[in-house]
Ligand binder design. Structure first.
Ligand SMILES: [Zn+2]
Length: 152
């Protein structure tokens, strides 16, 4: 079995293939092919191993963790595409989310209206308009739009 180092611990992980994932999770999931940052294989672990406490999630983690810190939450179903994010992208998404939420919650728009407006301003469809799927440039754009007061 492959091993990875997590939080200073040497951990044995399941050999990953689609079937293992499905057996492990009891449901179908779309598995990222390889790490989009370093090309490493993707392992699945309990979030406790990464965060030190559990939030009840399982994570796709690059086999080269923590040198490569790409990870993604295993989605609850197979409808969500999975894109791994490194630490910087995760921080950018949190910052974009915070700026966006802070602004529409204080303003006149509902959450749904704010997302509608965001998708229009970013020229993407509403279906693609999820900060959790944004790349770093899109996160910067959200923060810029918030700084311009677009969602007040
Ligand atoms: Zn990687």
């Amino acid at each position: 079995m492959p091993r990875i180092r997590l939080r200073g611990l040497d951990i044995e992980v399941e050999e990953i293939n689609d079937q293992t994932f499905e057996e492990l999770l009891g449901r179908k999931v779309s598995v990222p092919a390889n790490c989009s940052y370093c090309g490493g294989n993707i392992n699945i672990v309990e979030d406790k191993l990464i965060y030190g406490q559990t939030y009840g999630n399982q994570l796709f983690v690059c086999e080269n963790w923590p040198k490569c810190n790409a990870l993604a939450k295993v989605p609850p179903n197979n409808t969500t595409p999975v894109a791994l994010a490194d630490r910087i992208l995760r921080q950018a998404r949190v910052a974009a989310h915070n700026a966006f939420d802070r602004q529409w919650k204080r303003g006149k728009l509902t959450r749904s209206q704010a997302y509608e407006k965001l998708s229009r301003l970013m020229s993407i469809s509403r279906a693609e308009c999820h900060i959790s799927m944004f790349d770093i440039h899109q996160c910067q754009e959200v923060i810029f739009l918030c700084a311009s007061g677009e969602f007040q």
